[in-house]
Structure formats: C-alpha cells, structure tokens
Design a protein around this ligand. Sequence first.
Ligand code: HEC
Ligand code: HEC
Length: 154
Amino acid sequence: MKKTTIFSTTSFFAVSLLALGTIQAFASENERVPPVRDKLVQKECSACHMTFQPTFLPAKSWKKMMSELDNHFGEDASLDAETAKKIENYLVANAGRRIWRDGWGTPPQRITELRWFKSEHRGEVSPRAMKKAGTMANCKACHQRADQGDYDDD
Ligand code: HEC
Ligand code: HEC
C-alpha cells in the first residue's frame, strides 16, 4: 500500500514537471506572436479592447465566439453576417494549435483563463500593476507593445 502511494506521488510529480515544462516553453514561444494585419479585424475588434492575436485561442474558440457576438462577455458586439464571416475566417486561419485539445470540454473563450497564461502570470503581477490594468485582459497596460504582438518586456 505504502509503495503504491510513493509510486503515484512520484509519477504525479513527473507529470506536473512535464506539464510545467510545456507551459513554460509555450509562454516563451509567445514572447513574440504575429500581430493582426487584417484591416477589418483591426477595425471591428479594437473598439473595446486591443485586437487580441488569434494565436492565443484555438480555432474552435474563435468559431464559438463569432457565433455569439450578440452576447460577448455581456456586451453586444454583433456584426453583419458577412463581416463576421470574414473575421472568423481570419481568426481561424491564424488560430493557435497547441493551446487546447478537443475533448477538454467547451472551447475556452478567455485567453486569460488558459493554463499557460495563469501559470506565466502567477506571482508576477504587482498589486499596483493590477490596479492600473483593471483586468488581466488589458494586456497593453503591462505589455506596452502588446498590440504589435510583442510581450517580451525589458
Ligand atoms: C462592444 C465592445 C466589444 C467589441 C466590439 C469586442 N469585444 Fe471582445 N470583449 C469585450 C469585453 C467587455 C470583454 C471582457 C473584458 C474583461 O473581462 O476584461 C471582451 C473580451 C474578449 C476576449 C477575452 C479576453 C480574455 O479575458 O482573455 C476575446 C478573445 C475577445 N474579446 C475577442 C474579441 C473579438 C475577436 C472581437 C471582434 C469580433 C471583439 N472581441 C470585439 C468587448 C468587446
Ligand atoms: C497586470 C499586468 C499584466 C497584464 C494585464 C498582462 N500581463 Fe502578461 N505578463 C505580465 C508579467 C509581469 C509577466 C512576467 C514577466 C515577463 O516575462 O514579462 C507577463 C508575462 C507574459 C508572457 C510571457 C512573456 C515571456 O517573456 O515569456 C506573455 C506571452 C504574456 N504575458 C501575455 C499576455 C497577454 C496576451 C495579456 C492579455 C490577454 C497579458 N499578458 C496581460 C504582466 C501582465
């Protein structure tokens, strides 16, 4: 019995370390991500927050989000069907591929709730910075060049 416990603790540890390694590798991969160059996406998705880079969410997340724009985090961000479709195509074509797997449930709608994101920011954000940003979705408050896809701060 005792042996089993020790064994499972060890393998739990190994798995955690592995997961942590993946998360860290993913975070540094995200120091620089391709900025949004599509004019339509820039125009329609920057009124209320910066235009988030599509690589931060998987394709299924963008599809879900674009089908529910009338209730977008409590706001009405509706667009005509043609515009929405064009934007969706861009987001899906540039979506992240390694952040999330089918079978993990509902596609995530928040970048800020992804595991790598939480892990990268845990213990890193001072209360002062948090107060200034207001919300973790306000990337630009802390990463000055966030809208250029640059999260590699000095
Ligand atoms: C009418 C205002 C408005 C428009 C237009 C808008 N959004 Fe948002 N969006 C919000 C609000 C409000 C939130 C929630 C912010 C928060 O909780 O801090 C949000 C959050 C998000 C998030 C999640 C951020 C996180 O927490 O990780 C994504 C992704 C997003 N929006 C994408 C889009 C895309 C893509 C478009 C263009 C199709 C768009 N938004 C247009 C208001 C808007
Ligand atoms: C309240 C401040 C704050 C907000 C808001 C914030 N971050 Fe960060 N972020 C940090 C700090 C501090 C770090 C860790 C130090 C560093 O590496 O720059 C970090 C690290 C990162 C990293 C890893 C960079 C690296 O060098 O490995 C990425 C990528 C990142 N943030 C993306 C985002 C995105 C995307 C958003 C918005 C959805 C966001 N952050 C919002 C403060 C913030």
